[in-house]
Design a protein around this ligand. Structure first.
Ligand SMILES: [Zn+2]
Length: 86
């Protein structure tokens, strides 16, 4: 049996299965993007699909802090679009 990968949401710090979280990645070129398939190279972090977690991350610039890179406003639109489809 394969062990389930557990990751922590950067906003609420709840631990969940990777598949129940959004992955944001800082690519090797330094671009911060949403990793829809959770398979991109680079330093990643995880967020719940819940609007409250996404809002908190935006409000406190958590993505920027964790990845040490300026985050484009558009990533939040991308996340919102992705969450709607899930
Ligand atoms: Zn969360």
């Amino acid at each position: 049996m394969m062990a389930e990968s557990i990751r922590q949401c950067i906003s609420c710090r709840t631990r969940k299965s990777k598949k129940d979280l959004l992955r944001i990645v800082r690519s090797p070129s330094g671009h911060v993007e949403l990793d829809r398939q959770q398979n991109k190279m680079g330093r990643g972090l995880y967020l719940c699909f819940q609007a409250s977690c996404i809002e908190k991350a935006k409000l406190y610039n958590l993505i920027q802090q964790k990845l040490n890179r300026k985050v484009q406003e558009s990533i939040y639109l991308e996340i919102a679009e992705h969450v709607k489809k899930c």
